[in-house]
Design a binder for this molecule. Structure first.
Ligand code: PMT
Length: 403
């Protein structure tokens, strides 16, 4: 089946370069539909875009006849991805505020697909704090920027603001389509959050995990098209309803649910699972005694179980290591002892990252002492980078097995 791309062309001198991009995509057997903004028509004509794309071209207006034939919802669903190129400062600011003022804006607002933006503007416009604020908002909302690059600009000034080359744009979106196609056949399971080990009906032992890191990873896997199940302990997160989520309480429940979820291609254990469980008392313990004894019993190690599962071992098993000191050394030990393929180490002695914080900073340790650091960033950003690396790993292995 052909991949489908919707290209939104807005008003910049770089618009004429998009004709080459459309030609290349069409000759790679990709179906392309385009929408021209009002000012884009000053730089390229609907007729030239239609004849190169071999498809109908849409204009940025609500037309009742067109809405009946292909409305803004259908058009945004039709595409496998949307590319805005060249993207002016104006369209970037409209999307950042969630505008629904015209056909283009409603398509973007209604889209459930990946949206790429290739900006083109004057260097000062690009560097302007307001533009940069809009760019940050869009990045946080999963829009992906391609460029801009630096060089001499159409206005004669020099700096960042040139639209990325057609080759660069084509490379990024073709790669995305390849990954997207590939990831549709993958399945994943992610554990997240704390577990609670109840002492009696009202008291428990737990930890500070908010579940955010694991949740963000599951969300990114899901957004990449991977069939993902999130098994999560008690939390206060507002979670995407489209995700397949199983809520559990104790380590044992998490273990049983993970067992039920195998086989999968990818397993990521980001949960802070209690190492020890307790035999729960049926009634609230009374404070008659000066001392009471609570007997702890070692819980099953979920990560180790998954890693050592002979029949259903996932192709890639990733554990986390929550350490407060000797981080790399202890994490390496966990990688070996728990037989996983990668371990993601984070420093949980810090308040600004790790447990119950918005950000994290991690080192991915692979077998053969390969280290890969992801600098401090939002947990969703850490998840994006990690999921990209996972997909690359699968794509590379796939290519190796094809060769
Ligand atoms: O939830 P957040 O607030 O976003 O915080 C994120 C986090 C700090 C919890 C996360 O980044 C993290 O480090 N998760 C692992 C926490 C942990 O318990 O690490 P550990 O070093 O004790 O365990 C090592 C690995 O074994 C982990 O993958 C853990 O999920 C797994 N494990 C541990 C015990 C057990 N019984 N079963 C397991 O699967």
């Amino acid at each position: 089946m052909k991949n489908k791309i919707l290209i939104i062309i807005t008003g910049s001198i770089a618009a004429y370069k998009i004709l080459d991009l459309i030609r290349n995509l069409v000759s790679s057997n990709i179906e392309v539909k385009c929408i021209l903004s009002k000012s884009a028509k000053d730089f390229v004509t609907p007729l030239s875009v239609a004849s190169i794309s071999k498809n109908k071209v849409y204009e940025n207006k609500f037309d009742l006849n067109e809405e009946a034939e292909m409305d803004h919802i259908s058009l945004s669903r039709w595409a496998d991805l949307i590319l805005i190129a060249p993207a002016t400062a104006n369209i970037i600011s409209e999307i950042a505020v969630g505008s629904a003022k015209d056909f283009i804006n409603t398509i973007l607002l209604a889209s459930n697909k990946k949206i790429f933006i290739a900006p083109a503007m004057n260097v000062k416009m690009w560097e302007n704090d307001l533009t940069q604020k809009n760019v940050q908002i869009l990045k946080k909302n999963n829009y992906q920027f391609i460029g801009p690059s630096s060089g001499e600009l159409a206005c004669g000034e020099y700096g960042e603001g040139r639209m990325s080359s057609v080759n660069e744009i084509e490379f990024v979106i073709s790669n995305y389509l390849k990954k997207n196609q590939f990831s549709k056949n993958l399945t994943a399971l992610v554990t997240a959050g704390p577990t609670r080990e109840y002492i009696d009906p009202v008291r428990y032992i737990s930890n500070e995990s908010s579940g955010k890191q694991g949740y963000e990873i599951a969300k990114k896997l899901f957004q990449s098209g991977i069939k993902t199940k999130l098994i999560i302990g008690p939390n206060h997160l507002q979670m995407d309803e489209n995700l397949d989520i199983v809520k559990v309480t104790s380590a044992n429940e998490m273990f049983e649910e993970c067992k039920r979820s195998l086989p999968v291609d990818i397993a990521i254990c980001a949960a802070a699972v209690a190492d020890y469980g307790i035999e729960k008392q049926p009634h609230k313990i009374k404070k008659n005694e000066n001392e009471i004894e609570i007997k702890l019993k070692k819980n099953n190690d979920i990560l180790e179980y998954i890693s050592k599962h002979n029949k259903f071992r996932p192709k890639l098993v990733i554990g986390f290591a929550a350490e407060t000191n000797n981080i790399k050394e202890y994490a390496e030990r966990k990688l070996l002892n728990k037989h996983c393929d990668w371990i993601v180490a984070n420093d949980v002695s810090r308040k600004d990252i790790g447990f119950n914080s918005l950000e994290n900073e991690v080192v991915i340790i692979k077998k053969n002492n390969i280290y890969d650091s992801i600098p401090k960033a939002d947990k969703s950003e850490i998840a994006s980078v990690l999921v990209s690396k996972i997909l690359n790993e699968f794509l590379n292995n796939d290519q190796r097995s094809l060769n």
